[in-house]
Ligand binder design. Structure first.
Ligand SMILES: [Zn+2]
Length: 300
């Protein structure tokens, strides 16, 4: 008790000294009249100025609160952007956010022929031997883990597909994505060369290669909407992954583009790894009705 009283006395004394000093300096708001300080405080000499100052202080506090709120918003936005980046980086095994799934982007235009895009939107564009890549086809690609590129519009669905596979202990990779016309040409020539190596005469080598590799300008890979999906070399078998894709890819808008029982329509041999984005609605219908894309679009 004794101590507390002493402190209080000190505080009072200090306060008085401060007020006196302020009055001596003639500081704004300092009391000019003689007499006890508390009375002066109750009746301010310049009330409008005080009100203005109080209003300014209040305004200042509000601005400060507003700035803090804005900072908070920016923080939340940055955090969610970071989280999204982390999720995207999962495409492929062992990739962290700093590896970055999206390594870059580019753009390219289509081939020489110009059939109108299939009704129903870009995702239903048909490309096969009879329907070359539309001349006005434009693709903005993004690089995915492993270095392949895909049309950026299919990235979210592809990510979901890969995430779902990973949740089942499967580790898919994009073995082949978007290809330029020149790249398609090279792949075809390599395949022909491989058949020649096996002893095929030239014309038969070309025929055999054509069963697997589309002619430049007629490959879905040139759309950027098709991906060859293989298992990561060290994780699981191809068959496990292909079985899972066959059952679930449609849920994410992808179809197995060249089924074994549609070779006479597609002209391409059974390719358990080649998946094509067509959107969820079409993928569901195509899968449920057991169609290929040509049949679904009335071109089969
Ligand atoms: Zn393919």
């Amino acid at each position: 008790m004794k101590c507390r009283r002493k402190i209080n006395e000190k505080e009072r004394g200090g306060g008085r000294r401060l007020r006196t000093a302020a009055a001596r300096r003639g500081a704004p708001g300092a009391v000019n009249t003689r007499g006890p300080q508390p009375a002066a405080r109750r009746r301010p000499v310049h009330p409008p100025r005080r009100v203005a100052r109080r209003t300014a202080r209040r305004l200042g506090r509000r601005l400060l609160a507003l700035a803090a709120f804005a900072l908070l918003l920016v923080g939340v936005w940055r955090l969610s952007a970071w989280a999204a980046g982390g999720v995207r980086a999962l495409l492929g095994r062992g990739y962290t956010a700093s590896d970055g799934l999206v390594a870059g982007s580019g753009s390219a235009t289509g081939g020489t022929a110009s059939p109108p895009p299939a009704a129903g939107g870009w995702e239903l564009t048909l490309v096969n031997a009879d329907h070359p890549l539309p001349a006005d086809w434009q693709v903005e690609t993004v690089e995915v883990a492993g270095g392949e590129r895909v049309d950026q519009r299919i990235l979210p669905a592809l990510q979901q597909l890969f995430d779902a596979a990973r949740a089942q202990g499967l580790y898919p990779v994009v073995a082949s994505g978007y290809r330029t016309n020149q790249e398609q040409q090279q792949i075809l020539e390599d395949k022909i060369a491989a058949y020649r190596q096996e002893g095929y005469p030239d014309d038969l080598a070309r025929q055999a290669a054509a069963q697997w590799v589309a002619q430049p300008g007629t490959s879905e890979h040139e759309l950027g909407l098709a991906v060859d999906i293989n298992p990561d070399g060290s994780m699981g078998t191809g068959q496990e992954l292909y079985d899972w894709l066959l059952e679930h890819a449609w849920e994410y808008g992808f179809i197995k583009r060249y089924p074994a029982d549609k070779v006479d329509i597609t002209g391409i041999s059974n390719e358990p790894w080649h998946y094509r984005y067509v959107g969820r609605e079409a993928a569901r219908a195509i899968t449920e009705q057991g169609l290929c894309l040509e049949e679904y679009l009335g071109e089969g």
